[in-house]
Design a protein around this ligand. Structure first.
Ligand code: TRP
Length: 331
Protein backbone atom coordinates (compact mmCIF):
# COMPACT_ATOMS: atom_id res chain seq x y z
CA UNK A 1 0.00 0.00 0.00
CA UNK A 2 1.26 3.42 -0.91
CA UNK A 3 1.10 5.64 2.11
CA UNK A 4 0.03 9.26 1.76
CA UNK A 5 2.82 11.78 2.06
CA UNK A 6 2.96 14.19 4.99
CA UNK A 7 5.42 17.06 4.92
CA UNK A 8 6.16 19.69 7.49
CA UNK A 9 8.88 22.18 8.28
CA UNK A 10 10.19 23.74 11.44
CA UNK A 11 12.30 26.86 11.85
CA UNK A 12 15.62 26.43 13.67
CA UNK A 13 14.94 29.50 15.79
CA UNK A 14 13.96 29.65 19.45
CA UNK A 15 13.91 26.76 21.86
CA UNK A 16 11.68 23.69 21.93
CA UNK A 17 9.06 24.49 24.56
CA UNK A 18 5.88 22.76 25.73
CA UNK A 19 3.72 24.83 23.38
CA UNK A 20 5.69 23.75 20.33
CA UNK A 21 5.87 20.16 21.57
CA UNK A 22 2.17 19.68 22.22
CA UNK A 23 1.16 21.90 19.30
CA UNK A 24 3.29 20.24 16.64
CA UNK A 25 6.09 17.83 17.43
CA UNK A 26 4.08 15.27 19.38
CA UNK A 27 1.69 15.15 16.43
CA UNK A 28 4.60 14.72 13.97
CA UNK A 29 5.71 11.70 15.94
CA UNK A 30 2.22 10.14 15.87
CA UNK A 31 1.78 10.77 12.14
CA UNK A 32 4.81 8.59 11.46
CA UNK A 33 2.66 5.53 12.22
CA UNK A 34 0.26 6.17 9.36
CA UNK A 35 2.01 8.28 6.75
CA UNK A 36 5.15 8.58 4.68
CA UNK A 37 6.49 11.53 6.66
CA UNK A 38 9.09 14.03 5.55
CA UNK A 39 10.16 16.60 8.12
CA UNK A 40 12.42 19.47 7.34
CA UNK A 41 14.53 21.82 9.46
CA UNK A 42 14.10 24.94 7.35
CA UNK A 43 17.40 26.78 7.60
CA UNK A 44 16.97 28.49 4.21
CA UNK A 45 13.83 30.05 5.66
CA UNK A 46 15.69 31.05 8.81
CA UNK A 47 18.03 33.36 6.90
CA UNK A 48 15.16 35.49 5.58
CA UNK A 49 15.37 37.46 8.84
CA UNK A 50 18.49 39.14 10.28
CA UNK A 51 20.55 36.31 11.78
CA UNK A 52 23.94 35.16 13.02
CA UNK A 53 25.58 32.37 10.96
CA UNK A 54 27.36 30.71 13.89
CA UNK A 55 24.21 30.68 15.97
CA UNK A 56 22.16 29.38 13.06
CA UNK A 57 24.47 26.41 12.64
CA UNK A 58 24.25 25.64 16.36
CA UNK A 59 20.49 26.00 16.41
CA UNK A 60 20.02 23.65 13.47
CA UNK A 61 21.86 20.80 15.15
CA UNK A 62 20.36 21.48 18.56
CA UNK A 63 16.92 21.24 16.96
CA UNK A 64 17.87 18.01 15.23
CA UNK A 65 18.96 16.47 18.56
CA UNK A 66 15.78 17.70 20.20
CA UNK A 67 13.50 16.35 17.47
CA UNK A 68 15.18 12.95 17.56
CA UNK A 69 14.88 12.91 21.36
CA UNK A 70 11.15 13.59 20.99
CA UNK A 71 10.79 10.54 18.76
CA UNK A 72 11.01 11.88 15.21
CA UNK A 73 12.51 9.09 13.08
CA UNK A 74 15.87 9.99 11.65
CA UNK A 75 14.90 8.56 8.21
CA UNK A 76 12.13 11.16 8.03
CA UNK A 77 14.24 14.12 9.03
CA UNK A 78 16.40 16.31 6.85
CA UNK A 79 18.06 19.68 6.81
CA UNK A 80 16.71 21.88 4.04
CA UNK A 81 20.08 23.26 2.88
CA UNK A 82 21.38 19.71 2.36
CA UNK A 83 18.92 19.53 -0.52
CA UNK A 84 19.75 22.53 -2.71
CA UNK A 85 17.07 21.44 -5.20
CA UNK A 86 14.65 23.31 -2.91
CA UNK A 87 16.12 26.60 -4.07
CA UNK A 88 15.97 25.65 -7.73
CA UNK A 89 12.33 24.62 -7.48
CA UNK A 90 11.68 27.80 -5.51
CA UNK A 91 13.08 29.86 -8.39
CA UNK A 92 10.95 28.12 -11.00
CA UNK A 93 7.84 28.41 -8.85
CA UNK A 94 8.55 32.07 -8.11
CA UNK A 95 8.10 32.66 -11.83
CA UNK A 96 4.64 31.13 -11.53
CA UNK A 97 3.56 33.27 -8.63
CA UNK A 98 2.54 36.89 -8.95
CA UNK A 99 3.98 39.85 -7.13
CA UNK A 100 0.45 40.78 -6.06
CA UNK A 101 -0.17 37.39 -4.44
CA UNK A 102 2.99 37.66 -2.39
CA UNK A 103 2.23 41.24 -1.36
CA UNK A 104 -0.98 40.02 0.25
CA UNK A 105 0.76 37.62 2.65
CA UNK A 106 0.08 38.79 6.18
CA UNK A 107 3.16 37.05 7.58
CA UNK A 108 5.31 39.18 5.30
CA UNK A 109 3.71 42.32 6.68
CA UNK A 110 4.10 41.14 10.30
CA UNK A 111 7.71 40.14 9.86
CA UNK A 112 8.52 43.36 8.01
CA UNK A 113 7.29 45.25 11.07
CA UNK A 114 9.37 43.00 13.33
CA UNK A 115 12.55 43.65 11.34
CA UNK A 116 12.02 47.40 11.47
CA UNK A 117 11.18 47.39 15.19
CA UNK A 118 14.20 45.34 16.19
CA UNK A 119 16.90 47.29 14.45
CA UNK A 120 16.49 50.32 12.27
CA UNK A 121 19.72 49.52 10.41
CA UNK A 122 18.59 46.10 9.24
CA UNK A 123 16.71 45.61 6.01
CA UNK A 124 13.73 43.67 4.79
CA UNK A 125 15.15 40.98 2.52
CA UNK A 126 13.76 39.81 -0.80
CA UNK A 127 14.00 36.35 0.74
CA UNK A 128 11.40 37.36 3.30
CA UNK A 129 9.11 38.37 0.43
CA UNK A 130 9.52 35.09 -1.44
CA UNK A 131 9.51 32.99 1.76
CA UNK A 132 6.09 31.45 0.89
CA UNK A 133 7.35 30.29 -2.51
CA UNK A 134 10.20 28.41 -0.84
CA UNK A 135 7.63 26.84 1.47
CA UNK A 136 5.56 25.85 -1.59
CA UNK A 137 8.71 24.26 -3.03
CA UNK A 138 9.26 22.26 0.19
CA UNK A 139 5.72 20.94 -0.01
CA UNK A 140 5.37 20.30 -3.75
CA UNK A 141 8.83 18.74 -4.04
CA UNK A 142 7.64 15.55 -2.31
CA UNK A 143 4.07 15.64 -3.67
CA UNK A 144 2.79 16.06 -0.12
CA UNK A 145 -0.86 15.16 0.36
CA UNK A 146 -1.04 16.64 3.82
CA UNK A 147 0.74 19.41 5.64
CA UNK A 148 0.30 19.48 9.41
CA UNK A 149 0.46 23.17 10.29
CA UNK A 150 -1.27 25.69 12.50
CA UNK A 151 -3.98 28.07 11.33
CA UNK A 152 -1.36 30.80 10.93
CA UNK A 153 -0.06 28.94 7.88
CA UNK A 154 -3.41 28.80 6.05
CA UNK A 155 -2.54 31.60 3.70
CA UNK A 156 0.77 29.99 2.73
CA UNK A 157 -0.95 26.71 2.02
CA UNK A 158 -3.60 28.36 -0.09
CA UNK A 159 -0.82 30.02 -2.07
CA UNK A 160 0.91 26.66 -2.48
CA UNK A 161 -2.25 25.24 -4.03
CA UNK A 162 -2.51 28.22 -6.38
CA UNK A 163 1.10 27.84 -7.43
CA UNK A 164 0.58 24.11 -8.05
CA UNK A 165 -2.44 24.87 -10.23
CA UNK A 166 -0.64 27.54 -12.19
CA UNK A 167 2.32 25.27 -12.74
CA UNK A 168 0.03 22.50 -13.98
CA UNK A 169 -1.69 24.97 -16.32
CA UNK A 170 1.61 26.27 -17.72
CA UNK A 171 3.06 22.83 -18.42
CA UNK A 172 -0.30 21.38 -19.49
CA UNK A 173 -0.17 18.44 -17.15
CA UNK A 174 -1.62 17.60 -13.74
CA UNK A 175 1.82 17.24 -12.31
CA UNK A 176 1.73 18.68 -8.79
CA UNK A 177 -0.68 17.47 -6.15
CA UNK A 178 -2.59 20.26 -4.39
CA UNK A 179 -1.79 19.70 -0.71
CA UNK A 180 -4.26 19.94 2.11
CA UNK A 181 -3.70 21.23 5.62
CA UNK A 182 -3.89 18.55 8.25
CA UNK A 183 -5.46 19.99 11.34
CA UNK A 184 -5.14 17.79 14.33
CA UNK A 185 -6.72 18.86 17.59
CA UNK A 186 -3.65 19.83 19.55
CA UNK A 187 -3.64 21.48 22.96
CA UNK A 188 -3.02 25.22 22.79
CA UNK A 189 -0.69 26.03 25.63
CA UNK A 190 -0.46 29.57 27.02
CA UNK A 191 2.36 31.35 28.80
CA UNK A 192 2.20 30.45 32.51
CA UNK A 193 3.64 33.88 33.36
CA UNK A 194 1.02 35.71 31.29
CA UNK A 195 -1.92 33.52 30.22
CA UNK A 196 -3.19 36.25 27.90
CA UNK A 197 -0.35 35.23 25.55
CA UNK A 198 0.48 32.01 23.73
CA UNK A 199 3.47 30.12 25.08
CA UNK A 200 6.27 31.30 22.80
CA UNK A 201 10.02 31.55 22.51
CA UNK A 202 10.05 35.08 21.13
CA UNK A 203 8.18 36.61 24.07
CA UNK A 204 11.07 35.78 26.43
CA UNK A 205 12.28 33.05 28.76
CA UNK A 206 9.54 33.31 31.34
CA UNK A 207 6.88 32.93 28.66
CA UNK A 208 7.83 29.40 27.75
CA UNK A 209 8.75 26.18 29.49
CA UNK A 210 11.68 24.53 27.75
CA UNK A 211 11.27 20.79 27.29
CA UNK A 212 14.94 20.36 28.08
CA UNK A 213 15.19 22.68 31.08
CA UNK A 214 16.37 21.18 34.39
CA UNK A 215 13.30 19.65 36.06
CA UNK A 216 13.70 21.98 39.06
CA UNK A 217 13.36 24.95 36.75
CA UNK A 218 10.26 23.43 35.18
CA UNK A 219 8.71 22.89 38.61
CA UNK A 220 9.55 26.45 39.65
CA UNK A 221 7.99 27.90 36.51
CA UNK A 222 4.80 25.93 37.03
CA UNK A 223 4.65 26.84 40.73
CA UNK A 224 4.76 30.51 39.83
CA UNK A 225 2.05 30.21 37.18
CA UNK A 226 -0.56 32.96 37.21
CA UNK A 227 -3.95 31.52 38.29
CA UNK A 228 -6.73 33.92 39.32
CA UNK A 229 -7.45 36.54 41.94
CA UNK A 230 -9.23 34.04 44.18
CA UNK A 231 -12.52 35.85 43.75
CA UNK A 232 -15.60 33.83 42.88
CA UNK A 233 -16.33 33.80 39.20
CA UNK A 234 -18.53 31.79 36.85
CA UNK A 235 -15.81 31.21 34.32
CA UNK A 236 -12.46 29.59 34.82
CA UNK A 237 -9.57 32.03 34.36
CA UNK A 238 -7.23 31.52 31.40
CA UNK A 239 -4.35 30.73 33.76
CA UNK A 240 -6.20 27.97 35.61
CA UNK A 241 -7.58 26.57 32.38
CA UNK A 242 -4.05 26.47 31.00
CA UNK A 243 -2.90 24.36 33.95
CA UNK A 244 -5.76 21.95 33.32
CA UNK A 245 -4.84 21.88 29.63
CA UNK A 246 -1.31 20.89 30.57
CA UNK A 247 -2.57 18.03 32.74
CA UNK A 248 -4.72 16.83 29.88
CA UNK A 249 -1.90 17.21 27.37
CA UNK A 250 0.25 15.03 29.64
CA UNK A 251 -2.59 12.47 29.51
CA UNK A 252 -3.31 12.55 33.23
CA UNK A 253 -7.05 12.06 32.68
CA UNK A 254 -7.86 10.57 36.09
CA UNK A 255 -6.15 13.38 38.02
CA UNK A 256 -7.61 15.90 35.57
CA UNK A 257 -11.15 14.74 36.27
CA UNK A 258 -10.57 14.57 40.01
CA UNK A 259 -9.14 18.09 40.23
CA UNK A 260 -11.78 19.48 37.90
CA UNK A 261 -14.45 18.14 40.24
CA UNK A 262 -12.67 19.83 43.15
CA UNK A 263 -12.58 23.05 41.16
CA UNK A 264 -16.35 22.84 40.65
CA UNK A 265 -16.88 22.25 44.38
CA UNK A 266 -14.52 25.13 45.12
CA UNK A 267 -12.31 22.88 47.21
CA UNK A 268 -9.36 22.94 44.85
CA UNK A 269 -6.08 24.32 46.12
CA UNK A 270 -4.09 25.86 43.28
CA UNK A 271 -0.87 24.82 45.02
CA UNK A 272 -2.04 21.19 44.76
CA UNK A 273 -3.07 21.68 41.14
CA UNK A 274 0.35 23.11 40.29
CA UNK A 275 2.14 20.25 42.02
CA UNK A 276 0.17 17.75 39.96
CA UNK A 277 0.88 19.68 36.75
CA UNK A 278 4.58 19.87 37.57
CA UNK A 279 4.70 16.12 38.33
CA UNK A 280 2.89 15.34 35.09
CA UNK A 281 5.10 17.55 32.94
CA UNK A 282 8.29 16.24 34.53
CA UNK A 283 7.14 12.65 34.07
CA UNK A 284 6.50 13.44 30.41
CA UNK A 285 9.80 15.22 29.71
CA UNK A 286 12.04 12.92 31.74
CA UNK A 287 12.36 10.12 29.14
CA UNK A 288 12.79 12.70 26.37
CA UNK A 289 15.60 14.38 28.30
CA UNK A 290 17.20 11.00 28.96
CA UNK A 291 17.08 10.18 25.26
CA UNK A 292 18.67 13.50 24.43
CA UNK A 293 21.59 12.71 26.75
CA UNK A 294 22.18 9.47 24.86
CA UNK A 295 21.92 11.26 21.52
CA UNK A 296 24.40 14.03 22.31
CA UNK A 297 26.85 11.54 23.76
CA UNK A 298 27.75 10.78 20.15
CA UNK A 299 27.06 13.88 18.11
CA UNK A 300 29.13 12.68 15.20
CA UNK A 301 26.98 9.60 14.81
CA UNK A 302 23.86 11.77 14.71
CA UNK A 303 25.39 14.13 12.17
CA UNK A 304 26.31 11.21 9.93
CA UNK A 305 22.84 9.76 10.31
CA UNK A 306 21.10 13.00 9.34
CA UNK A 307 23.48 13.61 6.46
CA UNK A 308 22.63 10.18 5.16
CA UNK A 309 18.86 10.60 5.61
CA UNK A 310 19.16 13.96 3.85
CA UNK A 311 20.96 12.25 0.96
CA UNK A 312 18.23 9.60 0.73
CA UNK A 313 15.47 12.18 0.75
CA UNK A 314 17.48 14.19 -1.78
CA UNK A 315 17.03 11.36 -4.29
CA UNK A 316 13.32 12.14 -4.31
CA UNK A 317 14.03 15.83 -4.81
CA UNK A 318 16.39 15.12 -7.69
CA UNK A 319 13.75 12.98 -9.39
CA UNK A 320 11.20 15.80 -9.07
CA UNK A 321 13.62 18.39 -10.43
CA UNK A 322 14.47 16.24 -13.44
CA UNK A 323 10.79 16.05 -14.32
CA UNK A 324 10.20 19.72 -13.56
CA UNK A 325 13.13 20.81 -15.74
CA UNK A 326 11.85 18.82 -18.63
CA UNK A 327 8.22 19.96 -18.18
CA UNK A 328 9.23 23.61 -18.00
CA UNK A 329 11.57 23.54 -21.00
CA UNK A 330 14.69 23.95 -18.90
CA UNK A 331 16.25 20.64 -19.78
N1 TRP B 1 6.52 28.61 7.52
C1 TRP B 1 6.50 27.53 8.46
C2 TRP B 1 6.44 28.09 9.88
O1 TRP B 1 6.82 29.22 10.10
C3 TRP B 1 7.73 26.66 8.35
C4 TRP B 1 7.78 25.90 7.05
C5 TRP B 1 8.70 26.02 6.07
C6 TRP B 1 6.89 24.88 6.66
N2 TRP B 1 8.46 25.14 5.09
C7 TRP B 1 7.36 24.43 5.39
C8 TRP B 1 5.75 24.32 7.24
C9 TRP B 1 6.67 23.44 4.71
C10 TRP B 1 5.09 23.32 6.54
C11 TRP B 1 5.53 22.89 5.28
O2 TRP B 1 6.02 27.40 10.76
Amino acid sequence: MNRKVVLSGIQPTGNLHLGRYFGAIENWVHLQNDFDCVYCVVNYHAITMPYNPVKLQENVWELVYNLLACGVNHESLFIQSKIPEHTELCWILSCMCSYGELSRMTQFKDKTDQVKEKNKDSFVSCGLFTYPVLQAADILMYRADYVPVGKDQDQHLELTRNIAQRFNAVVGKDYFVAPEALYTETPKILSTADPSKKMSASAGDKHNIDLFAPVDTIRKQIRSAVTDTGERSDTMSAGVENLFQLLKACKQTAIYNELLAEYSNQTLSYAVLKDHVADAVIQMVQPIQDRKKEIIADKKAVKDMIKSSSMNIRERAIATLNEVRSLTGLN
